[in-house]
Structure formats: structure tokens, C-alpha cells
Design a protein around this ligand. Structure first.
Ligand SMILES: Cc1cc2nc3c(=O)[nH]c(=O)nc-3n(C[C@H](O)[C@H](O)[C@H](O)COP(=O)(O)O)c2cc1C
Length: 366
């Protein structure tokens, strides 16, 4: 088999030598250095833009462009502006304040703003002509997708089940990010209950391939070349990998978080909305446990996320993993096979070698 014939049409379109998309990861992991390193190494790097102001998105994109001429993506959360009532905020803070006190922080206060303005972020992606834009937590209108296309942006919608994939296809998306239940951090679910949408990557990917006939990127639990081969065998055009890149050298998350990811087991994570108000998979720790005890007091996303942010940032500065949100996928123990502090480019190179070797191994089966 020639090298070129291994590459999917999605990979060809974005000049990728290896069918690996580095998943966007809000919270400090996907720095411009990581995004550019992945794209330069032959994968597709992705900036997590959701938590950033439009101005910060512009400066991060400029930093990426200073480091690479290759295609890359940027990701946003599709969110309505949050306007919580005072009682909701006070109820949530009553649970958060004792945790803040543990870290020497004063009681929390209602905030002026709970998340950056999504429409302004979207306008900025268009103004910057980011080559690839992906979205989670919701659905864009067909008019928005048309506007993105008119400005040459390739559009990827996240789906956790078939109806979401079909909704994105009907809105005009170019590709689907299929987020299996194994995936680290927030569930993208926007139709129906989250617990009905915990579909494993193995079951989800072929169903989305068949139902949408769009290029599908498989996300959730893919950590090495074996996983990439499996994803492609299911009909995906690339593997979208988050947790595998989380502990890389360029990832700017606290070292205490990286250490927990490298020492956890396959049963160490739970999916909870206690920390941010939206269901997300992370390593169990005292922060998750204590907030989960009074789940009825948790504010919806993005309010709870913003109200716990200072606490988590303060825990990060202190390298205190007990009070961090330790987002991670179920495949994390597989990172222990790799050198600590591995660079993202080296990881892409290793993945390419593993993927080609695993493909050759299967081809040799009699
Ligand atoms: C720390 C972390 C942060 C994440 N942040 C985002 C995000 O900002 N936007 C998004 O679409 N997905 C986000 N994800 C989910 C990934 O896009 C992807 O679905 C997931 O990482 C795939 O599963 P894996 O972690 O097992 O590789 C995040 C994942 C992690 C681990």
C-alpha cells in the first residue's frame, strides 16, 4: 500500500500526513505552541476559543500563524447569554464558599459576565478567516453556517448521538466530530438527556457515518495507533484526540493535573455537572465529591463554571489537585506508555509510526 492511499479525503483536504486532529481543550491545554506543533508535524491542531474574549482569540490566532503556515482549527461553545437570577447564584455560592475558604479565598460574589459573548466570538473567527471552525454544546443556524462558508471556513459540528449529527448535516456542516462517552471533559449533548447520549465511540462512529454521509472525526478514548486504526475501520476520516495531548510539554495546565492524568486508572473518572453546571468527565477528587453532595444547588452552565473558576485557578497556582477540575478521558492510563513531558510534534510522529505499523499488521492477517 502506498503512503498516500492510507490518507482519508479529510486528511488530504487539510494536508495532513497522519489522520490525527488534536482536539480543542479549553482550560489551558491547547496553547498556540501546541496547535502549531501538531499542524507542523502533519496533524491538524485546534485552538480552544470558548473561554477566550474575541481579542484574545485574535492574539492566539496571530501567535499560531507566526508559528505555522499550515491549516488549523478553532473551537467555540454555542451558548446563549446567561442571565441568572440572584437566588440561583446565591444558592450555588453557599456550596462553593466553604471550598473557597479552604484555599483562603473570601466568599464569592455574583459576576457581571458568566461567559464571553458567543456572537462576538463567532464574528471574530470569521474576521480572522480561521481555516476550520468547530462547535459544541449547541447547533448553529443554517444562516450562520452559510455565512461561515461564504468566508471560506470549514464547519465541524459536535454530535454525541445520531439526531445531533443529522441536525448538523441539515444545518449545512461539512463534517461531524463524533464524541463518544469515553471522552474527557464536557459532553457536547444538545438534544435530549445527557445520560441517554453516553454512547461509546465504537457504537457511535459507524452510526454517524451511515446517518450523515459526512466526514466523521472519531473522538473519545483514542490514545495510540491502535485506536486510530480502529477509528478509520469504523468509517471515521480522522481520530480526534484530547487526553493524549493533555500531558504534552506545550500544554499549559497545572503540573498537578498532568500528574493525576498519568497516575489514574481506567475507573478513576466520573461524569458530573457539579463543577461547571454541564456534564463533563473528570478524575474524581474532593472538589467533585463535595460539590456533588448538594447537586440540587448547582447553577446551570456557564454560571456554575464561572462561579467555581477563581477557586480552580487558585488551586492550579498552588498545584493543589484536590480542588482542580481534573478533566480526562477514560483512556488516560495509556499515556504512561509515553515519556513524561513529550512534545506534541513528537507525539504526532509516534502516532504516525504506530498507526502505519498497526495498519501493516492487520493487512498481514491471513
Ligand atoms: C481537558 C479537556 C478540555 C476539553 N475542552 C474542549 C473544548 O473546549 N471544546 C470541545 O469541543 N471539546 C473539548 N474537549 C473534548 C474534546 O474535544 C474531545 O471530545 C475529547 O478530548 C476526546 O476524547 P479523549 O479525551 O478521550 O481523547 C475537551 C477535552 C479535554 C480532555
Amino acid at each position: 500500500m502506498s503512503e498516500g492511499s492510507l490518507v482519508s479525503s479529510f486528511a488530504q483536504r487539510f494536508e495532513m500526513r497522519v489522520p490525527v486532529v488534536q482536539a480543542p481543550m479549553a482550560g489551558g491545554a491547547t496553547t498556540p505552541a501546541m496547535v502549531a506543533a501538531v499542524s507542523n508535524a502533519g496533524g491538524l491542531g485546534f485552538l480552544a476559543g470558548a473561554a477566550l474574549s474575541p481579542e484574545k482569540i485574535a492574539s492566539e490566532v496571530a501567535a499560531i500563524r507566526a508559528l505555522t503556515d499550515r491549516p488549523f482549527g478553532a473551537n467555540l461553545f454555542v451558548l446563549e447569554p446567561a442571565a441568572p437570577d440572584d437566588a440561583t447564584v446565591r444558592r450555588a455560592l453557599a456550596v462553593i464558599d466553604p471550598l473557597r475558604a479552604d484555599l483562603g479565598l473570601p466568599p464569592g460574589q455574583p459576576l457581571e459576565r458568566y461567559a464571553p459573548d458567543f456572537r462576538a466570538q463567532l464574528d471574530m473567527l470569521i474576521e480572522l478567516r480561521v481555516p476550520v471552525a468547530s462547535f459544541t454544546f449547541g447547533l448553529l443556524s443554517a444562516d450562520d453556517v452559510t455565512r461561515l462558508h461564504a468566508n471560506d471556513l470549514y464547519v465541524i459540528g459536535t454530535a454525541t448521538h445520531v439526531a445531533e449529527g443529522v441536525a448538523w448535516r441539515d444545518a449545512g456542516a461539512d463534517a461531524i466530530a463524533a464524541q463518544g462517552a469515553e471522552a474527557g471533559a464536557h459532553r457536547g449533548t444538545f438534544i435530549g438527556a445527557f445520560e441517554d447520549a453516553l454512547i461509546g465511540t465504537m457504537a457511535l462512529v459507524p452510526q454517524l457515518v451511515d446517518a450523515t454521509a459526512l466526514p466523521v472525526l472519531a473522538a473519545g478514548g483514542i490514545m495510540d495507533g491502535r485506536g486510530i486504526v480502529a477509528a478509520l475501520a469504523l468509517g471515521a476520516q480522522a481520530a480526534m484526540m484530547g487526553t493524549a495531548f493533555l500531558t504534552c510539554h506545550e500544554s499549559a495546565i497545572p503540573q498537578a493535573w498532568k500528574t493525576r492524568v498519568r497516575t489514574m486508572s481506567d475507573t478513576s473518572t466520573s461524569v458530573t455537572r457539579a463543577i461547571t453546571g454541564r456534564h463533563a468527565r473528570g478524575i474524581r477528587n474532593p472538589l467533585m465529591q463535595r460539590l456533588s453532595e448538594t447537586i440540587e444547588r448547582i447553577a446551570p452552565y456557564p454560571v456554575q463554571n464561572a462561579l467555581t473558576q477563581e477557586l480552580r485557578q487558585s488551586a492550579g497556582s498552588a498545584q493543589n489537585a484536590d480542588y482542580l477540575s481534573l478533566w480526562s478521558g477514560q483512556g488516560a492510563p495509556l499515556v504512561r506508555a509515553r515519556r513524561e513531558d513529550l512534545g506534541a510534534a513528537e507525539l504526532v510522529t509516534q502516532l504516525e509510526q504506530e498507526w502505519r505499523a498497526a495498519t501493516a499488521r492487520i493487512a498481514a492477517f491471513k
